[in-house]
Design a protein around this ligand. Structure first.
Ligand code: UD2
Ligand code: MN
Length: 285
């Protein structure tokens, strides 16, 4: 009796054996999938915190860089559990490029579900996961610090990547709209931060030095518009005490949601307006 009752399970086991490895692997696979799904960072997870960043890319004719940037940043920020929405602020008028005005537009068009902004060059990729992209509660946070930036090393430099709460950006009246062509708008913004009484913060404890970012910028191919037209020569070094969010003029020609290799972004195509009596250098001729 003992023997046969012992055998039974063996027989039963033998009979079922064809199915067992299959069953087992399906169950295992399902379990593995569940673990992966639960472990994968999703923006619904409360551990991501209450804040959401509007990543603003001032943009014109940098398509190849954009194809790299959007999927890279989406993955980078998800890995860091940073809620975010990526906006490509595409300048489609025929004036010279105006990075600052495009950032102002991005700020105003970024909606109520985001509470801080990142002004972010399309060609600067953060390589170190330890870089902070969280809500800059205390004050503006300059991610692309001169200690880490591959190119710019002066102390008052605030270009490349800068995070601000919407409240702080508002306190500065945004950026000046007087800067057409390359440069100086970031230096003027540094002075606005000072005027608004805001303390600037930068990353600490980052050990990767000038290798912290990759600047995918071929200067021969992506030429900087450094021409200085007439009064622009002197005006570029002056502070603009009145202008900013309050005197920005633009039209949103279209708003399109794209995904690039699965990473979502919104492209706002913008026509900036230029008051040629104020800034005749918005045109080259
Ligand atoms: C530096 C700063 C930038 C800004 C600029 C002065 C870095 C990495 N960046 O940029 O933040 O302070 O100096 O204005 O230090 N762009 C276009 N199309 C154009 C021109 C510019 O999309 O035709 C956008 C794009 O996002 C680009 C950014 O503006 O990354 C800055 O322009 P840049 O890359 O030509 O100049 P760069 O690297 O000297
Ligand atoms: Mn660049």
């Amino acid at each position: 009796m003992m023997y046969s009752s012992r055998r039974k399970p063996v027989l039963y086991f033998k009979e079922d054996r064809r199915f067992l490895p299959w069953k087992c692997s399906v169950v295992k696979l399902f379990g593995l999938c569940m673990v992966l799904v639960l472990a994968a960072p999703t923006a619904d997870d409360p551990s991501w915190g209450p804040h959401k960043m509007a990543l603003l890319i001032p943009f014109r004719e940098r398509f190849e860089e954009l194809l790299v940037f959007v999927p890279y940043m989406h993955a980078f920020l998800n890995k860091k559990k940073i809620r975010h929405k990526i906006f490509v602020i595409n300048q489609m008028d025929h004036y010279r490029f105006n990075r600052a005005s495009l950032i102002n537009v991005g700020f105003l068009e970024s909606g109520n579900d985001t509470d801080y902004i990142a002004m972010h060059d399309v060609d600067l990729l953060p390589l170190n996961d330890a870089l902070d992209y969280g809500f800059p509660e205390q004050g503006p946070f300059h991610v692309a610090s001169p200690d880490l930036h591959p190119l710019y090393h002066y102390k008052t430099y605030v270009g490349g990547i800068l995070l601000l709460t919407k409240q702080h950006y508002h306190m500065c009246n945004g950026m000046s709209n007087r800067f057409w062509g390359w440069g100086r708008e970031d230096d003027e913004f540094y002075r606005r931060l000072r005027t608004a009484g805001l303390q600037l913060y930068r990353p600490s404890g980052i050990t990767t030095g000038y290798k912290t970012f990759r600047h995918i910028h071929d200067p021969a191919w992506r030429k900087r518009d450094q021409k200085r037209v007439a009064a622009q020569k002197q005006e570029q070094f002056k502070m603009d005490p009145e202008g900013g969010l309050t005197n920005l003029r633009y039209k949103v020609e279209s708003r399109q949601d794209l995904t690039i290799s699965g990473a979502p972004c919104t492209v706002l195509s913008i026509k900036l307006e230029c008051d040629q009596s104020q800034t005749p250098w918005c045109l080259l001729s």
